[in-house]
Write a protein that binds this ligand. Structure first.
Ligand SMILES: C[S@@+](CC[C@H](N)C(=O)[O-])C[C@H]1O[C@@H](n2cnc3c(N)ncnc32)[C@H](O)[C@@H]1O
Length: 295
């Protein structure tokens, strides 16, 4: 499929984000996960004429597509080709505090469907899973070169069932033939977990997710952002984070509850309406939590 055909990614919880982040009132915004620019475009449409958006994106191909999508907003957006862990550094250099910061974690439809980097178990692609080519380690490296114990730890962190025994099985299998593609990993999962106690898709999703999280240091990046971002919010400024699984949501929930710099505004997370889930099944597991910087 052509990359251009994959340019669409429906932003999740869009109206909720615009409302909770009080976009109409602010001037300086940060989108830490630009993706194809769905949330960013909507923020710029809703914001005042003199608003400025700093948009961070780590994936090189996504950046090119996003630049095109954000062309109508030239002059009101600064696209920054970096990991969102650099938000604090960049804003401090610019000498600004943000009125609102958004992180929409995880993968875009483009990364899943069009990147060719092995993010989905539904296509046979090389076992890569790097969001950015800045990273060196690939899924192939982990599965074929890491020790049994290291693999078990990665699977355990991702809450994969029977992680230790599954790691042992991977090591046995790779002695016969190295795992090269996503379908090689799918076969190993299916063989090990048969007869399946959970839905096959859920099991594959959790195995793929645990490896992807390790490669992209996803939980570490989120932890650093949770520590840094309150420092670059103006008093009364808002931080909104959309997560898609419990490991991320747990970190956000804990930080918003315990951080003295923040007032937790969403005791329960904001979730998509049944209409949104019907229109966009990817939104199914989305949870938005919002906190405000105390004065
Ligand atoms: C769920 S998508 C965002 C979609 C976007 N909100 C939209 O409406 O188009 C997440 C995006 O964040 C990017 N990303 C993930 N982790 C990142 C990080 N640590 N720093 C910067 N970008 C990241 C991914 O490459 C992906 O494009």
């Amino acid at each position: 499929m052509e990359k251009r055909e994959l340019i669409h990614h429906e932003p999740v919880l869009l109206e909720e984000v615009l409302k909770w982040l009080k976009i109409e009132e602010g001037k300086i915004f940060v989108d830490g996960t630009l993706g194809l620019g769905g949330h960013s475009s909507a923020i710029l449409k809703r914001a005042k004429e003199d608003a400025l958006l700093y948009a961070f994106e780590w994936n090189e191909d996504t950046l090119k597509l996003a630049e095109e999508n954000l062309r109508p907003f030239q002059g009101r957006v600064k696209i920054i080709p970096k990991n969102f862990v650099y938000i604090k550094e960049v804003l401090e250099k610019e000498g600004v505090l943000a009125d609102a910061i958004l992180l929409d974690l995880g993968l875009s439809s483009f990364l899943i469907e069009g990147s060719g980097r092995g993010f989905t178990f539904q296509k046979d692609e090389p076992l890569d899973m790097r969001m950015s080519l800045e990273l060196e380690l690939t899924a192939r490296d982990i599965l074929n070169r890491f020790s049994e114990r290291e693999i078990a730890e990665i699977l355990e962190r991702g809450e994969v069932p029977r992680a230790t025994a599954f790691a042992r099985f991977i090591v046995q299998k790779r002695r016969i033939k190295p795992l090269e593609t996503t379908f090689d990993l799918v076969s190993v999962v299916k063989e090990f977990y048969r007869p399946l106690k959970r839905k096959e898709k859920d099991l594959l999703a959790i195995v793929f997710q645990s490896i992807r999280m390790e490669i992209n240091r996803e939980l570490e990046n989120l932890e650093k952002a949770l520590k840094d971002l309150p420092e670059v919010l103006r008093p009364g400024g808002r931080l909104g984070i959309i997560s898609f699984h419990s490991l991320e949501d747990r970190l956000v929930k804990r930080a918003f509850k315990n951080d003295d710099r923040l007032l937790n505004l969403t005791k329960k997370p904001v979730t998509p309406s049944p209409e949104e889930v019907k229109r966009n099944p990817r939104a199914r597991s989305a949870k938005l939590r919002v906190a405000e910087r105390r004065c």
